[in-house]
Design a protein around this ligand. Structure first.
Ligand SMILES: [Zn+2]
Length: 148
C-alpha cells in the first residue's frame, strides 16, 4: 500500500475536523429564529422602566386634574354675576341636538346618547355593547335656552 500523499493527508484531517466540529457548527448556525431575535431593536430595561413611570405619573396627574375639575363643577352656579345662566349653546352636532358648555367650569352639558363599551362574553371574547348615557342633569337648562 502506497504512502498517502500530503494532499490526501490534509483532506483526511479536514474531514475529521469537520466531523468533530459538526455539532458545534450546527449550534451556532444562524436559524431564522436567531436572525429575527438578533434584528430586534435593543430595548434598555432602564429606559422601559422610565417610560412606564412617566406614563403612570401622567395618568395620576390626569386623574387629579379630573378630580379638581369635577369638584369645581359641583360648586359652580353656572350663572353669571347677574344671576343669568352662563351656559353657552353649541349646535354643530350630527344629531342636531344642542349641547351646553359652562365657560366658568368647563362643564359639558349633553343630551342622552348611545355609547358603546367592551363587555366580556361567556365564550371569553369581548364585544362592544351599546348603552344609553343619561342626559346631563342640567340639560333642561339647554332646552330652555334653546327655546328662546
Ligand atoms: Zn359651571
Amino acid at each position: 500500500m502506497a504512502e498517502p500523499t500530503q494532499k490526501e493527508l490534509i483532506r483526511e484531517t479536514v474531514k475529521e475536523l469537520f466531523k468533530e466540529l459538526g455539532p458545534v457548527l450546527q449550534s451556532i448556525a444562524l436559524t431564522p429564529e436567531k436572525l429575527r431575535e438578533a434584528q430586534k431593536p435593543y430595548e434598555d430595561p432602564a429606559e422601559l422602566a422610565r417610560e412606564l413611570r412617566e406614563q403612570q405619573n401622567w395618568r395620576r396627574q390626569e386623574n387629579e386634574k379630573d378630580k379638581i375639575k369635577l369638584e369645581r363643577q359641583s360648586h359652580c352656579p353656572h350663572k353669571d354675576k347677574n344671576g343669568k345662566w352662563a351656559i353657552s349653546l353649541v349646535h354643530n352636532y350630527h344629531d342636531h341636538m344642542p349641547r351646553g358648555i359652562c365657560p366658568l367650569c368647563e362643564a359639558f352639558i349633553h343630551p342622552a346618547y348611545w355609547d358603546y363599551r367592551p363587555v366580556a362574553q361567556p365564550d371569553g371574547s369581548i364585544k362592544d355593547e351599546g348603552y344609553i348615557v343619561k342626559e346631563h342633569p342640567l340639560y333642561h337648562v339647554v332646552r330652555t335656552l334653546e327655546s328662546f
